[in-house]
Design a binder for this molecule. Sequence first.
Ligand code: GUN
Length: 286
Amino acid sequence: MLIDGKLVAERVKGELGARLVALREAHPAVVPGLAIVLVGHHPPSEIYVKKKLDACRKVGIRATLHRFPSDVDQPTLHGQVAMLNADPAVHAILVQLPLPLHLDTKATIDRVDPDKDVDGLHPLNIGRLHSGRAGFIPCTPLGVMRLLAEHSVELKGRHAVVLGRSAIVGRPMSWLLLRAHATVTTCHRHTADTASFARTADVLVTAVGKPGLVTRDWVKPGAVVVDVGINRLPDGRVVGDCDPEVREVARLVTPVPGGVGPMTVAMMLSNVVTAAERFARRAIAG
Ligand code: GUN
């Protein structure tokens, strides 16, 4: 069976509507504000940012885009982040990645106020996730957890295998699965015989970016497969990391497009509303 990410994303957005009404009633002056920083012209980033801005505007989040040319220098970028940190109308900041190679991604993220870091990439938020404290969690793995919960996928005591160890998907994904009491294996480019691990997975999450990587013989019959890959083929089609035949052996599979992608955007909106709610609470506490 296919998991319908669009349907669940709409449900999340419906919940957000109620939270936004409650926020407006309690704090009429607090309109959730997201600032996106975009550097250069990376075509996939342009598409993702447009989706994020459109989604914000649809639900009533005030979103602003701060664009910089690809040769922007580090001090200018730091200056922009500092300005957004200090702006009380901005509750959430997202630096779209990847940044051009001459820029220091970690140094940039380190400058973002952790209370506005809706990507969950600041070291403080990573530490919060790892130590079980409340913080921001990266949107894509958070969306995957919601999809699994919506489909009542048992994680406790099950073997979850994550393919990929990126800071934005693979690593937080593995932590969230561990936090949900799964036994977790993280595979990466240096793993010897990834297929042998994948075949033992009750839940297989692939976030590699290689079309056709996961074939049906990598999947245990009845497993749940979450495909986080977004790959554009030369003919223009967008596909994930899984071969279509995986659907014949897995119990549940997320399609690409229409699986995890819409959830990433929905969870980003949810994190922005959370940031605004926390801002409003801190404002009352003084
Ligand atoms: N690039 C690809 N996905 C993401 C994301 O979720 N957040 C940011 N900041 N950059 C990305």
